[in-house]
Design a binder for this molecule. Structure first.
Ligand code: APR
Length: 264
């Protein structure tokens, strides 16, 4: 019996007004975006303390920007996969919905997700160190490294580095949603980085139905009502009864999954 045959997720979604989805790097792996801690993960090849901390940026902004420029060039060649499309489909059909992503690659937005919070920022935005304002920057490759603001000050990637606080509004919305949701889906995260890893724990404690999709077991697996091991782009569409090619609903009447979404 495959995942969708044993899963109670769709039955739960049919009667669950509020749905939250937490995603991590694993959801973008099949699009070609490297994960952080997987076999060929970024933190197995690079030292986070040299590239993803405010101290590293103060020490050598050029080195940090060369790395982020490399990541932007790589991600610019990637497209959303069926897991991203399945999440966007769920948003369109859940009564109340919030996507909470740890990913900075922007692929969820490209797949059509709207009701979302980017807990760790977005590498297609830059922030002026002097004025603090953020702007979208899609230049690939960056014309100048390190890039500078019109005011002349250094720009930094608008992402959350180790040792930094998460955007307060995004954090509040994510925790509020975890406390109120009826179904909490967790897709492609190692569930080791806080505070994101606490969200499914809170949701479970508050009575939500927790479903995990991951290539392998994580610290969250014992806590989930269902844990499906395998590739997100295959399993997530199947769990939602979608054709994994493009996330089209396979015989799922639009009335199921209860109509257009509102914020969680
Ligand atoms: N389908 C499903 N799961 C997958 C797939 C896939 N195709 N490929 C990998 N995974 C799983 C791995 O088994 C692992 O549990 O995705 C997870 C990726 O974990 P990490 O690399 O640790 O990424 P993530 O959980 O998003 O990291 C959290 O840590 O480095 C910081 O800020 C960074 O947002 C990131 C945060």
């Amino acid at each position: 019996m495959n995942a969708s045959e044993t899963s109670r997720l769709r039955e739960r979604l049919n009667r669950a007004p509020r749905v939250a989805v937490l995603t991590g790097a694993g959801v973008s792996a099949e699009s070609g975006v490297p994960t952080f801690r997987g076999a060929d993960g970024l933190w197995r090849r690079y030292r986070a303390e040299d590239l993803a901390t405010p101290e590293a940026f103060r020490r050598d902004p050029r080195l940090v920007w060369e790395w982020y420029d490399w990541r932007r060039q790589l991600i610019a060649r990637c497209q959303p996969n069926s897991a991203h499309h399945a999440v966007a489909f769920l948003e369109r059909h859940a009564r109340e919905f919030l996507l909470i992503t740890q990913n900075v690659d922007g692929l969820h937005r490209l797949a059509g997700s709207l009701r979302m919070v980017e807990l760790h920022g977005n590498l297609w935005r830059v922030r002026c160190l002097e004025e603090g304002k953020t702007t979208e920057n899609l230049a690939v490759p960056l014309p100048a490294i390190p890039p500078r603001c019109d005011c002349g000050a250094l720009l930094r990637p608008d992402v959350v580095w180790f040792g930094e606080g998460l955007p307060p509004a995004a954090l509040r919305e994510a925790f509020d949603c975890a406390e109120r949701c009826d179904v909490f889906l967790v897709v492609g995260t190692s569930a080791v980085v806080q505070p994101a890893a606490s969200l499914p724990v809170i949701a479970r404690r508050r009575g939500a139905y927790v479903v995990e999709v991951n290539l392998e077991p994580t610290p969250l697996t014992p806590l989930a009502h269902e844990s499906h091991q395998g590739k997100a782009a295959e399993i997530l569409p199947a769990l939602l009864g979608l054709d994994s090619a493009f996330g089209d609903p396979l015989g799922v009447p639009h009335s199921t999954l209860a109509g257009p979404g509102r914020p969680c």
